[in-house]
Design a protein around this ligand. Structure first.
Ligand SMILES: *Cc1c(COP(=O)(O)O)cnc(C)c1O
Length: 354
């Protein structure tokens, strides 16, 4: 009988358990639906799509409009079905058998998972105790493993920690010295005070990935992108499947970019709400990590994290249970919701901690 590749047979899939509850604060989605004008506009766009034709393979209009957000041309933008597909294309292009990717844990599980799926060896370094990036540790890993691809995640999922500019510059220098590529995953970039896109240059091996899933309230549309030097984007275009981005998705993304201002307002509201939530959490018997994203990591001090998670589910509130993940013993991660959802969460948590 046919068997999968040996390494695949030994792998666990990626899981993000869903439970049927009233308040879902577990997957870092936006609590708001997209603007109504956008919903109406894509309903109209649907009627004008030439369904018998392949879509614009280069997705030129969408890439041009995304590029404008970052002050670059379409040749510096790669678009895919969610930023996970962006990351997969990077690994299919720059990773593979005999090559190595470096991650610093705890971080987004898909970086190492996608690397392994593409046959890339993974080396794991550690973050500092406060979950910030530890430059000495980064140097140790990069010098020892000389990875082709190094991943930073800023703001980092699931800890919320933002790498500052000096840190990213320092890592970029180390990566450049070993002829590697630095990927900065900015899935939550809009919630943070700065973006590594300012460091993108033709002679710098740096790419920054973004997604429409979180800030743009469009998780259902599966749309993500990468900003980087044109020569890197050209290599990715060789590897990705032809016509991978369907016409409807291209229209949805393009139309969304007419609503940048509303999106920025939502981001500001969520950042303000995050401040409120963190302040309330600080009054409870939990440790809280400062977050630059639309979620907050916390750890109940007196009661086991899994027990608190279950008590929240019993009160119809779902958060992400990270308590059994390595280095995150006892931790839970809550997505910023609407003020009403967050109040439900807070009162459920107060009860759960008793
Ligand atoms: C949610 C998330 C992604 C994936 O987003 P999609 O664009 O929906 O595939 C990528 N990176 C991080 C860190 C995330 O949290």
């Amino acid at each position: 009988m046919i068997t999968p590749r040996d390494d695949v047979a030994l792998m666990d899939g990626y899981h993000s358990p869903q439970v049927d509850v009233d308040v879902r604060l577990n997957t870092n989605e936006s609590p708001d639906s997209p603007p109504e004008e956008w919903t109406n506009a894509i309903a109209d766009a649907l009627g004008s799509i030439e369904w018998n034709r392949y879509p614009d393979r280069a997705a030129t209009e969408l890439r041009t409009k995304i590029g404008a957000l970052h002050g670059v041309g379409p040749e510096q933008i790669f678009v895919a079905n969610g930023s996970n597909e962006v990351l997969q294309t990077i690994m299919l292009t720059f990773g593979g058998s005999g090559r190595t990717a470096a991650v610093w844990e705890p971080t987004y599980a898909l970086h190492s998972h996608i690397s392994r799926i593409t046959g890339t060896a993974v080396v794991e370094g550690e973050r500092a105790v406060d979950f910030s990036t530890d430059l000495a540790e980064v140097r140790r890993v990069i010098d020892a493993a000389k990875p082709q691809v190094s991943f930073l995640c800023s703001p980092n999922n699931p800890t919320g920690v933002v790498d500052d500019e000096a840190t990213v510059r320092a890592v970029l220098e180390m990566v450049t010295a070993v002829d590697g590529l630095l990927v900065v995953d900015e899935a939550y970039g809009q919630f943070a005070p700065w973006s590594a896109d300012v460091l993108i240059a033709d002679d710098a091996p740096l790419v920054v990935s973004r997604t429409f899933s979180k800030t743009w309230s469009m998780a259902a549309s599966r749309l993500g992108y990468l900003v980087g030097p044109a020569w890197i984007i050209a290599e990715l275009e060789k590897v990705v499947l032809p016509y991978h981005l369907d016409a409807f998705k291209q229209a949805a993304g393009t139309l969304a970019l007419a609503h940048v201002e509303e999106m920025n307002e939502r981001v500001s509201r969520l950042v303000e709400e995050r401040g409120r939530l963190v302040a309330r959490l600080a009054e409870l018997d939990v440790d809280v990590w400062p977050s630059g994203a639309n979620f907050v990591l916390f750890r109940p001090r007196a009661i086991d994290g899994s027990e608190v998670w279950q008590r929240l589910v019993d009160r119809s509130v779902l958060v992400r249970n990270c308590s059994s993940w390595p280095r995150l013993e006892g931790c839970l991660r809550v997505t910023i919701g609407t003020p009403g959802e967050d109040d439900s969460f807070l009162s459920a948590l107060e009860e759960a901690l008793q």
